[in-house]
Design a protein around this ligand. Structure first.
Ligand SMILES: C[S@@+](CC[C@H](N)C(=O)[O-])C[C@H]1O[C@@H](n2cnc3c(N)ncnc32)[C@H](O)[C@@H]1O
Length: 397
């Protein structure tokens, strides 16, 4: 007697050849195969986000159709924002300097019951050191090495690394060369790294970042996304934040109501049907600071101030007022050097978030300082979305 268990059905044979039985067998086998193929097709490719911060890359990848397994960071306020927006349990508090990082990541991936398709990472490069090609293994480079460690362990279909533009020229380009060569040795097709400008992809901000993307040799190769905008069609500051309350004569509250409807396509998109206006609270400036800001015309900086005014800050970006008809400068982590194109104050967290292309439904948690840091550190979700779409194409089969 042969006892076969197929998809929950038991077929019993009595040791004789039986045509209808083998038909049944084939029928159930096909059915199971069909269900499995269907399930596989409907499953989105998965990813983890190393150095996730509040989740700029995560937001973009989710929009591009990826399924988040979890994000990793060691900054608790960032993880609070992350979990608030992506779900409880989605933020893993792991110090990637710690030797046990790989074990912890393996455990968490295992708990999801899913395989890992894509690894994305935005490691900080402060303190990065390369005194010779082999010195890449210097413990100070551990944060970068942790990304190699994870890719080596899981062999995902693709990986993406984001970094500041300056990384490209570090040690005369030797660092990026070494990174590319190491991933190639791990079996990846690494496209020549590129600096992308966020404004070219519909983000109302001039922000340049370096991206290194690789696809596993046996799967294919990655092509960087074509720009969707140019300097004539860039989304401007006014397009991005012109509908938000001025906060003149009031500071506003963390959870507020909109006043009026959206006035541009970008505002329509970015509101994302949010029922509330989050994080739109103005900073209190001294009268002296306000009087200096008032003297700076749109799109100008400290160079337009009369002699003797605003002398305390004279570097390049000091006392910069955004231009209403242009994208903003690079959003930083809250240095207070940039001002609203019309109002005499620094932008609110919500205004900065919009200039970074975070949708209004994305709420930032923590103190104002923590919120500004999270926004300024992020990869613009819209840029991550464009990269995600291309990664998806590369790994489709
Ligand atoms: C540039 S931010 C990443 C932003 C993120 N990719 C995004 O799009 O929102 C770098 C992140 O690395 C995290 N980080 C720095 N050192 C770390 C460490 N040793 N372990 C884990 N995370 C770390 C920081 O807390 C910060 O959130």
């Amino acid at each position: 007697m042969i006892d076969r268990h197929i998809g929950g059905k038991f077929l019993l044979t009595m040791g004789r050849s039986d045509d209808s039985l083998s038909h049944n067998y084939v029928f159930y086998l096909i059915k199971i195969l069909k269900v499995t193929v269907k399930q596989k097709k409907s499953q989105k490719p998965t990813f983890i986000d190393m150095f996730c911060g509040c989740g700029g890359i995560t937001a973009g990848l989710q929009d591009a159709g990826f399924e988040l397994l979890f994000g990793i960071d060691h900054d608790i306020p960032s993880l609070k924002t992350y979990e608030h927006n992506f779900g409880a349990g989605k933020g893993a508090s792991i110090d990637l300097f710690n030797k046990n990082y790989l074990k912890e990541i393996e455990k968490r991936v295992h708990q999801t019951g899913r395989s890992l398709d894509v690894v994305v990472a935005g490691p900080p490069c402060q303190g990065f050191s390369l005194t010779g090609p082999r010195n890449f293994d210097d413990p100070r480079n551990q944060l970068y090495l942790s990304v190699f460690g994870v890719v080596k362990k899981f062999k995902p279909k693709a990986f993406l690394i984001e970094n500041v533009k300056g990384m490209r020229a570090l040690y005369g380009g030797a660092v990026v060369e070494e990174i590319v060569s190491r991933f190639k040795k791990l079996g990846y097709n690494v496209s020549p790294p590129r600096v992308l400008t966020a404004a070219d992809y519909g983000v109302p901000q001039i922000r340049e970042r370096l991206f290194i993307v690789g696809v596993r040799d046996d799967i294919g190769e990655f092509n960087f996304p074509m720009p969707t905008h140019n300097s004539l069609t860039y989304v401007s500051c006014e397009d991005a934040i012109g509908d938000l309350p001025s906060r003149e004569g009031e500071f506003g509250i963390e959870v507020d109501e909109y006043q009026g409807s959206s006035q541009s396509d970008y505002q329509e998109y970015i509101r994302n049907d949010s029922k509330k206006l989050f994080n739109h609270v103005a900073t209190k400036h001294t009268e002296l600071v306000k009087s200096v800001i008032k003297l700076v015309p749109e799109g100008k900086n400290h160079k337009s101030l009369p002699p003797g005014v605003g002398e305390s800050r004279k570097f390049n970006e000091a006392w910069t007022r955004y231009h209403s008809k242009k994208p903003s400068k690079t959003i930083d982590t809250g240095h207070r050097n940039h001002f609203h194109y019309k109002w005499h104050r620094v932008p609110t967290v919500r205004e900065n978030a919009r200039l970074q292309s975070f949708k209004d439904t994305f709420e930032f948690i923590g103190t104002r300082t923590q919120q500004n840091k999270q926004v300024g550190n992020a990869v613009p979700p819209l840029l991550a979305y464009c990269l995600g779409k291309q990664i998806k194409k590369s790994i489709k089969n």
